[in-house]
Design a binder for this molecule. Structure first.
Ligand SMILES: O=C(O)CCC(=O)C(=O)O
Ligand SMILES: [Fe+2]
Length: 321
């Protein structure tokens, strides 16, 4: 094992245990340090919040979903970002400045009930919706719990972010990274183009393939976020950067697509807040004389702004494969 590499990876993307035996202050302090650096860390020992077997079940359900015939998946086509649904191969470009930024991936997303998502039928996938609903509930609880540690780390009452999470707009997204038969080996290896996330916190479950990288704020080098069994990758999104006037970091990241023949599955959960919640700079994050960089914004308005520049659901499939 290359000790230097593993130390640096751990240092850049620290692993933080949420074991109930640990003090909330210690956890909050470690999370704060990670937020000041790149806003990326991995959490383990979360079983008091997310049942031990659930992440594995969710990944297995995602594989089954993407194995459905294309015609069935296309029948669940995403109509809008709130309702969610199926996102065909290469319709998402998280770097609108790059016309080649459409990634080698397909997806399926859904939000909280009663959002009218088109789910696959129980005849096709008997347990899918039930597993996904449980997963959504569990990661929602994890996001709330992380919100309390974040508040503590900012010297705020631990309930500070609770209103944001009240009836929040959030999405689970199943992602499948692969090279289509028609893709050429020489084609770009963009799985997901470089971007920052839009909401407050993203909770990502990744399988063992790897490919997620973060653009380190200090060195401007891409660093790998190694798959760790039984861990979630946590990263902050733009809203947390806005709240803290960039003291806490929302950092660019990307996914390198696996080589032809290899399939990668991941499940991010995007926590985007109550639509009407106004995100405004936390005054105690401003150093003496420092001006706020961001004007207050409604959580949903920010999300819409980003969504419209990212998706092109009407891309001509003839151009895609
Ligand atoms: O699949 C991953 O590892 C990350 C995907 C991602 O960054 C995103 O969808 O925002
Ligand atoms: Fe992301």
């Amino acid at each position: 094992m290359d000790i230097t590499a593993s130390i640096s990876e751990m240092g850049d993307v620290p692993r933080i245990s949420l074991a109930p035996s640990r003090s909330a202050e210690d956890i909050a302090t470690e999370i704060r340090a990670a937020c000041l650096k790149n806003g990326f860390f991995q959490v383990t020992d979360y079983y008091q919040i997310v049942p031990r077997d659930l992440p594995g079940q969710a990944l297995a359900a995602a594989r089954e979903f993407f194995n459905l015939p294309l015609a069935i998946k296309r029948g669940l086509h995403k109509v809008d970002h709130v309702a969610g649904g199926y996102e065909p191969y290469k319709v998402m470009n998280l770097d609108p400045s790059d016309p080649m930024g459409y990634g080698h991936n397909e997806g399926f997303s859904f939000a909280a009930e009663p959002t009218p998502t088109a789910w696959p039928s129980t005849a096709d996938l008997p347990a899918f919706k039930q597993v996904m609903r449980s997963y959504y509930g569990a990661v929602t609880d994890l996001a709330k719990s992380l919100g309390r540690f974040l508040a503590l780390g900012l010297n705020l009452p631990d309930s500070y972010f609770d209103d944001f999470y009240q009836d929040q707009l959030a999405h689970v997204k199943l992602a499948h990274y692969y090279r289509s038969d028609g893709s050429k080996v020489t084609e770009s290896n963009v799985g997901v183009a470089p971007h920052t996330d839009w909401g407050a916190i993203t909770i990502l479950l990744q399988d063992e393939v790897g490919g997620l990288e973060v653009l380190d704020q200090e060195s401007s080098e891409w660093i790998k976020v190694p798959p760790i069994p039984d861990a979630f990758v946590i990263n902050l999104g733009d809203l947390l950067a806005r709240w803290t006037n960039d003291e806490y970091k929302s950092t660019k990241h990307r996914v390198i697509s696996p080589p032809p023949g290899v399939h990668r599955y991941s499940i991010p959960f995007f926590s985007q807040g109550h639509p009407d919640y106004i995100v405004r700079t936390i005054q105690t994050c401003l150093k003496e004389g420092e001006q706020t960089k961001y004007s207050p914004i409604r959580a949903e308005d920010y999300l819409k702004l980003k969504f419209e520049s990212t998706y092109n659901m009407n891309r001509d499939p003839g151009l895609i494969l």
